[in-house]
Design a protein around this ligand. Structure first.
Ligand code: UDP
Length: 247
């Protein structure tokens, strides 16, 4: 039994509040247990120079934590005049993951900006940002269809992510901060609804890990992602039904 009473293979409660912010084309408040993140998807009618005149769009992401989102207050990056390396790593991961589920040539020369702002961190923020980012992205694409700016829904698969780790020899799904800080192995698994892997980050924190633990972590992560995808489908049901896509 874990500190919050969960079984080893149990996710924290997951909740999506769509249209959490009014101005961007898509937005969501995603909660995984005590981790809470606002993710927005905003559209800009231009692309980075390397894509100009190529008749395709782009998707990029930014990630940040509010100072009071962590147990110990975290200074804003502006205080050190450079962005925290961890945030850079995470935002590149979010962008890479979400680019796999969309045909960017179907949106024309537009850039989708995904902004993930952690308002409360309790482990698993990069995974929740990806899972919630998918919801904000879908809402933004529906907005573009409603405005007549794109003809076809460009999303072709669901992207979802979960953390898994080894704590005191046991494989635990969806680590909270206390578990994460005790973990010997920390893994983030990103997959789609076709059962394919998008990215796996597996880190032995100061120790190596066995093949047996690796296999167990993947098994637990895949099962967790199945459950999250079920919730993502439910929350987007109104969009997929209206558009008539099987996602
Ligand atoms: N954390 C923190 N301060 C930081 C970075 C992380 O308190 O500057 C906490 C936070 O709860 C976060 C957890 O440590 O969710 C795990 O951080 P990690 O870098 O493993 O990323 P995450 O699991 O959030 O994707």
């Amino acid at each position: 039994m874990r500190i919050d009473g969960r079984n080893n293979d149990e996710l924290r409660p997951i909740k999506f509040t769509r249209n959490f912010i009014e101005y961007p084309e898509g937005s969501v408040l995603v909660e995984m247990g005590k981790t809470k993140i606002i993710v927005t998807a905003t559209i800009e009618n231009k692309v980075p120079p390397f894509l100009r005149y190529k008749k395709t769009g782009w998707l990029t992401a930014e990630y940040a934590m509010l100072p009071a989102s962590t147990l110990k207050r975290k200074n804003r990056d502006i205080q050190s005049l450079h962005q925290d390396g961890r945030s850079i790593e995470i935002q590149r991961l979010i962008g890479r993951a979400l680019r796999t589920c969309i045909d960017l040539d179907k949106i024309g020369e537009k850039t989708i900006k995904i902004d993930a702002d952690v308002i409360q961190a309790d482990g698993g923020t990069r995974c929740a940002a990806i899972t919630g980012g998918y919801i904000a992205l879908c809402d933004a694409m529906k907005t573009l269809i409603d405005r007549g700016e794109i003809k076809e829904y460009p999303i072709h698969s669901i992207v979802s992510a979960v953390s898994v780790g080894v704590v005191e020899g046991e494989v635990l799904l969806d680590l909270n901060f206390i578990e994460d800080s005790k973990a010997d192995v920390d893994m983030n698994i990103i997959m789609n609804d076709k059962g394919e892997f998008i990215e796996i980050q597996g880190i032995g924190e100061g120790a190596s890990f066995s093949r047996e633990h690796l296999d167990k972590m993947i098994e637990s992560g895949v099962a967790g992602i199945d459950e999250i995808i079920y919730d993502q489908k439910l929350v987007l049901d109104s969009i997929t039904k209206e558009i008539g896509v099987n996602l």
